[in-house]
Design a protein around this ligand. Structure first.
Ligand code: SF4
Length: 484
């Protein structure tokens, strides 16, 4: 599995906040995505009709996730009927072993890849290299970060943090091309370099945006056409996806094909939508001789088992929640330390990889609700983040408790202090007395005691007002009472 570095979230965020290049890229690209999304929706839909589509998509996903075993079994039977092979992988290592076994059987020396976030989870490129197979990413953004030896910065724009000059330097180093800052020229350089890989690779590896259970159809949406090349030119096609990607029937697909591109890039439709229902048939002009689909768990069952968190399995990886998240917009994707970033990354990383190392992520949110408002499948991300915070505070799983004993002691005392009106009034009077030596111009500049002193390390703490609103109200601000 790809290395998880989420425990370093705070340090990595601080670094990103001071990185001018990252800040510039985030400001520029995030605004572009949010404006493009808003215009694309407004051009075709009223608020009501867009909301109705989101409701329908959420209902389809909830139904499918609620009956996942049935639909996975149906997809399995349909794909086998079409002449394909289906595998179920418990974890990243299992999925990697399956891919390498298939590659070895076909004596594969080079595998071309279309974008697949699950293959990022698996750390597949490194594993293929160790097995003597040369993996080549063919999505332009993925190709750039492969050359740079990095992980994706964003779910749909993996190299958005790279400037054209940085890309030119990478191409110069790896492909010996002349330096240029012309984007069209950079695209041609990549196209020329990739063309020979398309012609020679024995295996194509892709993700799957959706898998239609009834027909056994893998649906892949791309903008560069590389997905179509990867699935049609090599002899073997291996698609890898999370087991939640399944949809019941072909009638369920159109609503997602409308929601996904508008939410992701602000396009009405993606440039290429490929439907693959198995290996090449006798009358087909192209396509692979052998087709495999690997459904991967890799921690998804942990989400499914939790009645609240299972909603996260509805995610269609559009990236809209990242683009609208005030935290992601400042710290970017690498700070989250694993494959998924932004609000959805903060929700799924812990349950999928272990809560202990991702314990800071559920707190990387202002809970403003922007992510929930834009999510095309109406995932209530703030609710899920709060649920994880609750789990971390209460320690409902072994090793998951994030709070120290002192934090828990403070919270218990806080609870005692505010649990009734009388207790709150008493605590407020005591607080006013105790804060007196600490207050300067209406602010407490430095709180005492461990843990709470952390609050005033970087900011002020507002002093308790001389009178509460209730006291002012009782003293005559409230409406005059009728004499009894
Ligand atoms: S949680 Fe919603 S908004 Fe975020 S990536 Fe998934 S589908 Fe898109």
């Amino acid at each position: 599995m790809a290395q998880v570095k989420s425990a370093a979230f705070k340090k990595a965020s601080t670094r990103a906040l001071h990185d001018q290049g990252i800040q510039h890229a985030l400001n520029h690209v995030m605004n572009h995505f949010t404006e493009a999304r808003a215009s694309a929706i407004a051009a075709d839909y009223s608020d009501e009709s867009w909301d109705a589509m989101r409701t329908r998509a959420a209902a389809i996903k909830a139904h499918t996730i609620g009956n996942l075993d049935y639909y996975l079994d149906l997809a399995d039977r349909s794909i086998r009927r079409n002449g394909g092979h289906v595998h179920f992988a418990d974890d990243a290592a299992d999925a990697t072993r399956i891919v390498i076994d298939i590659a070895k059987r076909h004596d594969v020396k080079r595998a071309i890849k279309s974008k697949s976030m699950v293959s990022e989870e698996m750390g597949l490129n490194d594993a293929l290299k160790r097995a003597g197979i040369d993996p080549v990413e063919t999505d332009l953004g993925e190709y750039i970060i492969q050359l740079a030896g990095e992980t994706p910065f964003h779910i749909i724009a993996p190299a958005m943090h790279k400037t054209r000059e940085e890309v030119s330097d990478l191409f110069h180093d790896w492909l010996k091309s002349a330096p240029t800052s012309d984007i069209a020229r950079l695209c041609s350089i990549a196209r020329e370099a990739l063309r020979k890989h398309f012609e020679t690779a024995e295996m194509g590896i892709t993700g799957a945006n959706f898998v239609v259970a009834e027909t056994g159809t893998v649906v892949i949406v791309t903008n560069e056409g590389n997905g179509r090349m990867v699935t049609s030119t090599p002899r073997v096609h291996v698609a890898i996806c999370g087991m939640e990607k399944v949809l019941p029937a072909i009638e369920d697909l159109p609503v997602f094909l409308r929601l996904l591109p508008r939410s992701a890039t602000g396009q009405r439709t993606t440039s290429y939508t490929s439907f693959i229902s198995g290996p090449r048939g006798p009358s087909d002009e192209d396509g692979p001789e052998e087709f495999h689909l690997i459904f991967v768990d890799n921690g998804r069952l942990n989400l499914l088992k939790d009645e609240v968190l299972r909603e996260a399995l509805s995610c269609i990886r559009c990236g809209a929640c990242l683009n609208h998240c005030p935290v992601y917009r400042k710290v970017g994707g690498h700070a989250y330390g694993w494959v998924y970033s932004g609000p959805i990354g903060a929700v799924v990383t812990g349950p999928m990889t272990g809560m202990k190392q991702a314990a800071d992520l559920p707190f990387a949110s202002t809970l403003c609700g922007a992510c929930r408002d834009v999510c095309p499948v109406k995932i209530d991300l703030p609710k899920l983040l709060l649920h994880l915070r609750h789990r971390l505070a209460e320690g409902t799983g072994s090793g998951e408790r994030a709070g120290t004993w002192m934090e828990r002691l403070y919270i218990r005392r806080w609870h005692d202090a505010v649990k009734t009106r009388a207790a709150l009034d008493r605590s407020t009077r005591l607080g006013r007395l105790l804060q007196k030596p600490l207050v300067r111009r209406g602010k407490v500049r430095s709180l005492p005691l461990p843990v709470i002193s952390g609050w005033t390390k970087d900011r002020d703490f507002p002093a308790l007002a001389p009178k509460s609103f209730g006291e002012i109200w009782r003293d005559g601000l409230g409406p005059a009472r009728e004499p009894e």
